[in-house]
Design a protein around this ligand. Structure first.
Ligand code: GLY
Length: 396
């Protein structure tokens, strides 16, 4: 194996060129580290499908208060992150500080939203309860049956495809090397991660390796058993509709993200400035299946139609399914593993787009400075290995 100082070597090798791998590579290169990314199609992955909601407040769940801190920290970094990325890449990302309205369609939804509101208040988050009439005043396309809602002015959106494209250009401009190939296996030399062998047989040597391969992260050949990340794919089907320009000229279709829980399923409508209206998303434990199904499309359209009946007049321009990389506690895996030289940046589940800025920052600090910043320490992969060893030590 060549040393990382030879032609195919780098200080950092990032396996996976989705938004998490790209932001890690960009930030590492900015810190002066010679950085390479391996991915057959960098800029692809779950960001091709995601709606791009930055929903730290509206996607708050019981038992996820620790994750909330990281989500809020990342949301706060977004405006400066976007400004820096757009300047570095010369590309726009579609970031919109538009806010979100979460609404209730019946008394059960209303009770659920009231609970969420109380939890948000206890957590020190800003949200405002609105009557159904007030919701419709904000968004006249909402169904007249809306029973109330939560106005969250701090939950914004970005276009994940443009975000990925901007990160790719920023990486290239910062000198990141790209290897457009699959990884055949991780290279381990003397109990240390030392690079990777690619499908085309190229050998890449690196002082540090970051595994950021989204839902595929647990499938990398050559990973020792004890460091295989507990990441599984959770399927999401997403639709894209288009609000025609002529329709937009009369009045905006929606001015902010609108969402609800309909019959127990989340549905959200994310309106972009260019007329794209993203409708998501199913949540399905289907392994590696990314088929767009008639049932998935039907349920999304049915639920979105209950919320905003006027969607039926819009052209349906795209249907797609992607895989969220989910961890057992829904929080990401960030930081060093038990294998020296190997770090993880994966398992972001529903929050990959939201957590992009903070992930780049904490991973670059780890790679360049050797220490994971305090805010990321609850999210190291070790939280699962210690739980596993406690379970194993318990008598049967
Ligand atoms: N964060 C939205 C989703 O995962 O569907």
């Amino acid at each position: 194996m060549r040393s990382s100082r030879d032609g195919n070597g780098s200080d950092v090798l990032v396996i996976g060129g989705g938004i998490i791998g790209l932001v890690t590579a960009w930030r590492a290169a900015q810190r002066g580290l010679r950085t390479a990314v391996v991915d057959p199609e960098p800029g692809g992955g779950a960001a091709r499908v995601a709606a791009g909601m930055l929903a730290a407040v509206t996607e708050l769940h019981y038992g996820e208060q620790l994750l909330l801190g990281l989500n809020v920290a990342s949301a706060a970094r977004y405006p400066a992150f976007v400004a820096e990325l757009e300047a570095a890449s010369g590309q726009e990302t579609g970031f919109r500080a538009c806010g979100t309205l979460a609404v209730a369609l019946d008394s059960d939804d209303r009770a659920h939203l009231r609970e969420l509101h109380a939890l948000q208040q206890r957590s020190g988050l800003e949200s405002q309860w609105l009557t159904g009439r007030e919701c419709r005043r904000l968004e006249p396309m909402l169904t007249p049956g809306v029973r109330g809602g939560l106005r969250v002015d701090g939950d914004h959106q970005i276009d994940p495809r443009r975000l990925a494209a901007a990160l790719l250009t920023a990486c290239e401009r910062a000198g990141v090397a790209f290897h457009r190939d699959w990884v055949e296996r991780l290279t381990v030399i003397r109990d240390r991660a030392a690079g990777a062998v690619l499908a085309g047989s190229t050998e890449l040597a690196a002082d540090q390796v970051v595994l950021a391969a989204g839902s595929l992260s647990g499938r990398l050949p050559g990973l020792p058993d004890e460091v295989v990340p507990p990441v599984r794919p959770v399927k999401g089907q997403v639709l894209r509709l288009t609000v025609p320009a002529a329709r937009r000229r009369t009045s905006p279709f929606l001015t902010r993200t609108v969402r609800a829980v309909v019959r127990g399923s989340q549905v959200y409508l994310v309106p972009r400035e260019n007329g794209e209206l993203v409708v998501g998303a199913t949540t399905e434990e289907m392994g590696w299946d990314i088929t767009v199904t008639a049932g998935g499309v039907y349920e999304l359209l049915r639920d979105a139609h209950e919320l905003v009946p006027g969607i039926t007049e819009l052209p349906l321009t795209e249907t797609r399914a992607g895989l969220r990389p989910a961890s057992p506690d829904n929080a990401p895996l960030l930081g060093p593993t038990a294998l020296p030289g190997l770090h993880l940046a994966t398992g972001h589940h529903r929050n990959g787009v939201l957590l992009t800025p903070v992930t780049g920052d904490v991973m670059a600090e780890l790679l360049a400075g050797g220490e994971l910043p305090e805010m990321a320490r609850p999210f190291t992969p070790h939280r699962f290995s210690s739980a596993a060893s406690v379970r194993q030590e318990q008598p049967a």
